[in-house]
Ligand binder design. Structure first.
Ligand SMILES: [Zn+2]
Ligand SMILES: [Zn+2]
Length: 387
């Protein structure tokens, strides 16, 4: 039975507003995951598993006799931001808001589940994955560690994110790197603080810290190839000094982005070398802690063409484009792509949209139906019904 798209859009908008008004932080998505599971049960899916990787939900739908399986993924978590918008569906949880549009992504995937459950049009298995804690970069791993691939095996995975600045009705992605790795670092310098008037009696750390901040800028400019892409940003410099006392302790914190594990490794290695050298030159000690929060997101080249073909059946073909360049934002979806090939793509949230993670941001409801229909289209294309 063909679904009434106008009815579906009205329902999806209501779900999205409900989710937006009740945002929950990563791994605390209790209401959200109950909402999702209740909808999936209402659509008569073949299976609905809750509590996968904490607060994750997986819905499973089977049609025909095919033994191929693909996964579609949405994220459910919100951010610790105080919403400033004044629309009727604004956040009712002070200090938490859907500032990244994960309410919209969840509603789009629910819409796809309803279309495919009601209309079918494919042969095989679809897993609808609703992941927790994307913003932490921890939710995908939590689901994988909870046996996602063994319990719900699939061969390909697809995900969508909204993109402010891109008009509604536009679709973009690209083969290879599309979202960056995010590494975090902390460098602790230790010396001997003392009187501001007698620096030679101790080994203060501030001059060393300033030299180190400056030298870290040579990693990208002098250690990476001009064709490699990377960013090293020092975001904090904190000392225990005060007006007339030189510090004996300094902490330098920051964030590095890149699109290849090899570049991330080079950045870490050079950071350690520079920190040791500067510390030695200033007679202080340096301790470097370097962590990888997100890995680069690499789209499969062949499946990207499949995604474009599916998108052209939903969007105006003239508005389905190859993204000009990768983005230096990061995405937890990359963890799934370490195990199976797949595609992460962007749908427009409008030219006038506030930026992601901005207190004025709101997902654009006009894009809901396109997203749900793209999810359904890629399933039908990759799991075609047998003739
Ligand atoms: Zn985000
Ligand atoms: Zn996001």
């Amino acid at each position: 039975m063909t679904i009434d798209l106008k009815d579906l859009h009205r329902d999806m908008t209501a779900w999205r507003h409900d989710l937006h008004a009740h945002p929950e932080f990563g791994f605390e998505e209790k209401r959200t995951s109950s909402f999702v599971a209740a909808k999936l049960l209402e659509f008569n899916l073949d299976g609905v598993a809750e509590g996968v990787g904490g607060t994750g939900v997986v819905g499973t739908l089977k049609r025909g006799t095919g033994n191929r399986a693909i996964a579609l993924r949405a994220d459910m978590d919100a951010l610790r931001i105080n919403e400033q918008g004044d629309h009727a569906h604004r956040s009712q949880n002070p200090g938490v808001m859907h500032a990244c549009g994960h309410d919209g992504h969840t509603a789009m995937l629910l819409g796809a589940a309803r279309i495919l459950a009601q209309e079918g049009g494919f042969d095989g298995t679809v897993h609808f994955i609703f992941q927790p804690a994307e913003e932490w970069g921890k939710g995908a791993l939590a689901m994988l560690d909870d046996g996602l691939l063994q319990r719900f095996p699939f061969e390909e995975i697809y995900g969508l994110h909204n993109l402010p600045g891109l008009p509604v009705g536009h679709f973009e992605t690209r083969a290879g790197a599309i979202m960056s790795a995010e590494d975090n670092f902390e460098i602790v310098l230790k010396g001997v603080g003392g009187h501001a008037a007698r620096p030679h009696w101790g080994n203060e750390v501030l001059v060393a810290a300033c030299a180190l901040v400056t030298s870290l800028q040579t990693i990208v400019s002098r250690r990476l190839s001009p064709t490699d892409v990377g960013v090293v940003s020092v975001t904090e410099l904190i000392t225990d000094g005060t007006r007339n006392a030189l510090p004996g302790l300094a902490r330098i914190l920051g964030d590095a982005r890149s699109f290849h594990p090899k570049i991330s490794a080079t950045i870490e290695k050079q950071m350690r070398t520079i920190a040791e050298g500067i510390a030695l030159a200033h007679n202080v000690t340096a301790e470097v802690t370097y962590t990888r929060e997100f890995i680069p997101l690499l789209n499969d080249a062949i499946l990207v063409e499949e995604a474009f073909a599916a998108a052209r059946t939903v969007f105006d073909p003239g508005e389905v484009r190859v993204a000009d360049e990768p983005m230096t934002g990061s995405e937890d979806f990359a963890r799934f792509l370490q195990h199976v090939p797949g595609v992460f793509a962007f749908v427009g949230n409008g030219r006038d949209s506030a930026p992601l993670h901005n207190p004025q941001f709101d997902f654009n409801d006009q894009g809901l139906l396109d997203g749900a229909r793209f999810h359904a289209a890629i399933v039908r294309q990759r799991l075609p019904p047998s003739a």
